[in-house]
Design a protein around this ligand. Structure first.
Ligand SMILES: Cc1ncc(COP(=O)(O)O)c(C=O)c1O
Length: 434
């Protein structure tokens, strides 16, 4: 908390707006709004936990990706997908990376045409491949030899010529959590470049005579913070690009973003420029596309929680909220960091070190290991964690049979619940007999 040097009687809240959605505003009295909607009012009306998404922020990101890479650039839906989100991304001209029949159906429900769908996955079912071939999707990204023969078989059986990309694994080490590194020599994804499998897959696909082999694809991992890593991956696939001279090269997604005040990360524009500059030098006249996920949606959301317990145990001050690992499993899965902010006490110094924990039956159910919150934080306060728009809701579970939170989209002073809160009845809707 600081005094405003321009009007010293005004106290500015301890809020780092660069971590909050783009349309966040703070009133003189410290009330925080997103999309022109007051967050405490939202919490009172819709309850907590709740995901709040800034529609303008989402649209701005999709538009930026589309203008950097052009037609065909895909949003990686695993980061966050609902039919409403798909409609927004489609409006802004995005294609969609889908990796299951569920993601495919969600985009179709939103009215996305099949030729805007890029079908992914390392173990697609025969049914998923048949649907993609019959519907004429933008591309099927072929991951391995079993799948290659299934796609060839479907093309012949259905007498259709699907457009395919061959996914190659560049085999490079990157600095991210090992669970989300996908382009190293240990990865289950793609045809390895260094063994000759990638070249063999390209030759087999071209020889089959029933596929339109549009190009090559790679994806090195998620939450990658350095442009050099992407350039190293491009260098690692350069020889196979030169050998086969594909029409299209897709560089996947994977760009990280700032979750903490202290994080540093290139912007979407810097990332796009680094990739496109490489392509202009090494691959002139060919299309280079991408499929970012996280970076397009993460900052446009925050999660609202209510504090239910504050207690010092030993040397630790615990603040427990009404969500946790079921709405945000990333801290537990990858040790990911977040910050917390008190919406109830925005003008008090955020200086008390607390452990922000959830309500689940696991000691590891910690949302923020070292949260800075006001000293007077108390039961009933509303706190939020910013940058929860990616891999939160999409990875949410009903662990402990706790229903999943709603999605509230805010824009121009209006709040729309686009996915309602799950109910306890929903939890048992699939039971066949009591
Ligand atoms: C093939 C593919 N493309 C794109 C992405 C998106 O990655 P991110 O959300 O880190 O941008 C992923 C994520 O795992 C992926 O597997």
């Amino acid at each position: 908390m600081e005094r405003d040097p321009a009007s010293p009687e005004l106290v500015r809240p301890d809020i780092d707006l660069s971590l909050f959605p783009a349309t966040t505003s703070v009133s003189d009295s410290g009330r925080v709004g997103v999309g022109g909607v007051d967050l405490l009012d939202l919490a009172a009306e819709h309850g907590t936990p709740a995901f709040v998404y800034d529609e303008v922020g989402l649209r701005t990101s999709f538009r930026a990706a589309r203008s950097l890479f052009g037609e065909g650039v895909a949003y990686a839906t695993k980061a966050f997908l609902t039919p409403s989100l798909a409609r927004i991304a489609a409006d802004e001209g995005m294609s969609f990376d889908v990796s299951s029949a569920g993601e495919y159906r969600c985009c179709r429900l939103a009215g996305v045409a099949p030729d805007r769908l890029v079908v992914h996955g390392n173990n697609k079912t025969v049914q998923e491949i048949d649907t993609a071939v019959a519907d004429g999707v933008q591309w099927i990204v072929v991951d391995n030899f079993v799948e290659l023969s299934r796609v060839i078989d479907a093309a012949r059986r259905l007498a259709v010529t699907p457009r395919v990309l061959i996914r190659v694994n560049p085999g490079i080490q990157i600095h991210t959590h090992r669970y989300i590194a996908t382009g190293n020599r240990n990865s289950k994804f793609g045809f390895p470049v260094w063994t000759g499998d990638a070249a063999e897959a390209m030759e087999t696909a071209r020889r089959a005579g029933c596929l339109d082999v549009v190009g090559l694809h790679f994806h090195i991992g998620s939450f990658v913070l350095s442009l050099d890593t992407f350039v190293a991956a491009l260098d690692a696939v350069a020889s196979i690009v030169e050998q086969f001279d594909p029409r299209v090269l897709v560089v996947g997604g994977g760009l990280g973003l700032r979750y903490l005040r202290t994080d540093e990360c290139p912007t979407l524009e810097e990332w796009g420029r680094a990739i496109l500059d490489w392509a202009a030098r090494r691959f002139p006249g060919r299309r280079v596309l991408a499929e970012p996920g996280r970076v397009l949606v993460a900052r446009s959301a925050l999660t609202l929680y209510t504090v239910g317990m504050v207690q010092r145990k030993g040397r630790t001050r615990f603040v427990a909220v009404d969500g946790g690992m079921s709405d945000n499993p990333r801290p537990m899965l990858y040790g990911s960091g977040y910050e917390a902010f008190s919406l109830t006490r925005p003008l008090e110094p955020h200086a008390a070190v607390c452990r922000l924990v959830g309500r689940h039956c696991e000691t590891g159910d910690t949302l923020v290991e070292r949260a800075l919150l006001p000293e007077s934080t108390a039961v009933g306060d509303i706190v939020c964690t910013p940058v929860t728009g990616a891999y939160g809701y999409s990875m949410a579970s009903t662990y402990n049979l706790i229903p999943r939170p709603p999605i509230i989209m805010v824009r121009d002073g209006r709040a729309r619940v686009t996915t309602r809160r799950e109910t306890e009845d929903d939890l048992f809707a699939r039971e066949v007999a009591p």
